[in-house]
Ligand binder design. Sequence first.
Ligand SMILES: *[C@@H]1O[C@H](CO)[C@@H](O)[C@H](O)[C@H]1NC(C)=O
Ligand SMILES: *[C@@H]1O[C@H](CO)[C@@H](O)[C@H](O)[C@H]1NC(C)=O
Ligand SMILES: *[C@@H]1O[C@H](CO)[C@@H](O)[C@H](O)[C@H]1NC(C)=O
Length: 123
Amino acid sequence: MRSCSGIVWLVLAFSWQIAVAQPQQAPRTDPTEVVALNTILGRWGLKASPEWNISGELCSGFASDGTDWDYRPDITPFIKCVCSYDNNTVCHVTRLRVTKLDVVGQIPSELQNLTYLVDLYGI
Ligand SMILES: *[C@@H]1O[C@H](CO)[C@@H](O)[C@H](O)[C@H]1NC(C)=O
Ligand SMILES: *[C@@H]1O[C@H](CO)[C@@H](O)[C@H](O)[C@H]1NC(C)=O
Ligand SMILES: *[C@@H]1O[C@H](CO)[C@@H](O)[C@H](O)[C@H]1NC(C)=O
C-alpha cells in the first residue's frame, strides 16, 4: 500500500499547486528593467529603501501602489511603476529618483533599457 499512498500524496501536492497558481498573480517587473535598474543603482552605490523592492521585487510597496512620490521625498532612491501592462501582469518603471545625480558624471548606458521611463529626477 506504500505506493498507493504515494500517489495520493502526489495528487494532493499537485492540486495544492494548482490552487495556489490560480489566483491573480502579483504583477512582475520587466526583467530587462530589473537588470538595468539594479546595475545603475549598484554602480551609484545606492540601494532600494525598505519601502520598496520588497523581497526582491522592484515594483512593489510604495513603488507600485497609489502613493504619489511627491508626498514621500524622504524615500530615495525611489521609483514608480505602472503595473497595468499585459493584463496587469507586467510592471514597467516610469519614474526614477536618485540623490547625488550630480556626482554621476555620466548617464549610465543601462538607462536606455528603462524604455518606459518618462521622469528622471535628481535631488
Ligand atoms: C532589490 O532586492 C534584491 C534582492 O534582495 C537585490 O538583489 C537588489 O540589489 C535590490 N535592488 C536594489 C536597487 O536595491
Ligand atoms: C485578463 O485577466 C482577467 C482576470 O484574471 C481574465 O479574466 C481575462 O481573461 C484576461 N484577459 C486576457 C486578454 O488575458
Ligand atoms: C539592455 O537589455 C538587453 C536585453 O536584456 C541586454 O542585452 C543589453 O546588454 C542591455 N543594455 C545595457 C546597456 O544594459
